[in-house]
Design a protein around this ligand. Structure first.
Ligand code: DOR
Length: 424
């Protein structure tokens, strides 16, 4: 196969080049590649050929919540969004907290449209009480552990988990939320929550746990990854920790750099998410942190929920919004960063955090696995929930005009998306 006429962009820079793919591997990257006879040509003119995107944070809902998403439907959404690898979160039913459930999800991922990696739970049942068998899951290739959806509240247990993950050479990722402070809250605590009469979740519910875990990262020497950061205060703590050479990394989700808590004035649960949407000053802080490197990656926190659940009153509806099919255009359109920087945040930086460097995230060079995405950065399209590949419809961007669209996605050389259509 030849990707013809595009601009190749990866961590090494950008150049006009065709890309020849043979047997799932990049075989040549050159100004002009002669297509071998019988080779399939994919047009990439006017497009950027990039390493496939890597999502550190996707809820694929299997096992247990197949009405909302499956590994198959979620991976199709991912491929359409330009992703060649996603990390599936463990807040499934049952939770991914044992070798048996890890194996089940990896088996489902074997035939998926993207590489499906699994995050294991830190604690049994994600209850925050007793460590899950981390070594047993690490032996199956699990590289990231989190109780996402809940933060580990017990500092002593968190310390113990960090000592284990450090010894195993894997990464602990924290959902930063102090349960006591957040108790009963359904949106950001501030002017809008007061006006709307909806109980709020204060900024400090996030930043207090970040402060604690920065201290524990320093104490143990183990790296900590902060999931979906949403507040200026937490971001300032991560910035200071990095300056002090403490081993922390962080991600932000597209909704936290594109939407504010004002949207909740519609009372539409599509805007309910955890951590909640914040005021403009926090949105600006997330953008600044993505620009200055304090935040290492954009992660979708793709959180599908069945329509019935999202149609409940605001205080009863579950938190979460779709993300896989809209993350790239939102980053292109809203961040005011060069495309190379946007791709760093969506592809090679998360690939490194997930332990996937070499397989995903480029560089696009001879011998590298052909996990690639071809992006038309100027294509304009409108988000139509009914046309998304996800089984769920809970996108807060319905009707929004976005710029930038994935044209083709190649997984190990196989075209899983061609001309913005899924191939399986
Ligand atoms: O909004 C959210 N939804 N935040 C989380 O942390 C979990 C997620 C979910 O699983 O639905």
């Amino acid at each position: 196969m030849v990707l013809r006429g595009g601009k190749v962009v990866d961590a090494t820079g950008s150049r006009r080049a065709d890309v020849l793919v043979v047997d799932g591997v990049v075989a040549a990257v050159a100004e002009s590649v002669d297509a071998p006879s019988g080779a399939r040509l994919l047009d990439a003119s006017g497009c950027v050929v990039a390493p496939g995107l890597v999502d550190l944070h996707a809820h694929l809902r299997q096992p247990g919540r197949e009405e909302a998403e499956t590994v198959e439907s979620g991976s199709r959404a991912a491929a359409l969004g330009g992703y060649t690898a996603v990390v599936a979160m463990p807040n499934t039913e049952p939770a991914i907290d044992s070798a048996a459930v890890v194996r089940e999800v990896l088996d489902l991922g074997a035939t998926a449209c993207c590489d499906v990696r699994v995050a294991g739970a830190i604690t049994k049942g994600r209850k925050g009480e007793e460590l899950a068998p981390l070594a047993e899951m690490a032996a199956l290739g699990v590289r990231l552990f989190t109780d996402d959806g809940a933060g580990v509240q017990d500092a002593r247990l968190m310390r113990r988990a960090l000592e284990y993950t450090s010894a195993l050479g894997v990464l602990l990722a924290q959902h930063c939320e102090d349960d006591e402070l957040a108790e009963g809250g359904h949106m950001h605590e501030g002017d809008w929550s007061s006006r709307l009469g909806i109980p709020g979740i204060p900024t400090e519910a996030e930043s207090m746990m970040v402060a604690r875990d920065v201290a524990l990262a320093q104490l143990t020497g183990a790296p900590v990854h902060f999931l979906h950061l949403s507040t200026a205060m937490a971001i300032a703590m991560v910035r200071a920790a990095k300056a002090a050479k403490i081993a922390v990394t962080a991600e932000a989700a597209p909704h936290h750099f594109t939407l504010t808590d004002e949207t909740v004035s519609s009372y539409d649960p599509v805007y309910k998410v955890n951590p909640p949407l914040r005021p403009q000053a926090d949105v600006d802080a997330v953008k600044a942190a993505l620009a200055d490197g304090t935040i290492d990656a954009i992660a979708t926190d793709h959180a599908p929920h069945a329509q019935e659940a999202k149609e409940l009153p605001f205080d009863q509806a579950p938190p979460g919004m779709l993300g896989l099919e809209t993350a790239l255009p939102l980053a292109i359109g809203e961040l005011d960063l060069p495309l190379e920087r946007v791709l760093a945040l969506l592809s090679w930086q998360p690939a490194r955090i997930a332990g996937l460097a070499g397989q995903h995230g480029g560089p696009i060079a001879d011998g590298a696995p052909a996990n690639l995405t071809v992006i038309d950065p100027d294509a304009v399209w409108v988000v139509e929930p009914e046309h998304l590949a996800s089984r769920s419809r809970n996108t807060p961007y319905a009707g929004r005009k976005l710029t930038g669209r994935v044209r083709h996605t190649l997984l190990r050389g196989e075209p899983v998306v061609v001309d913005a259509e899924a191939q399986r």
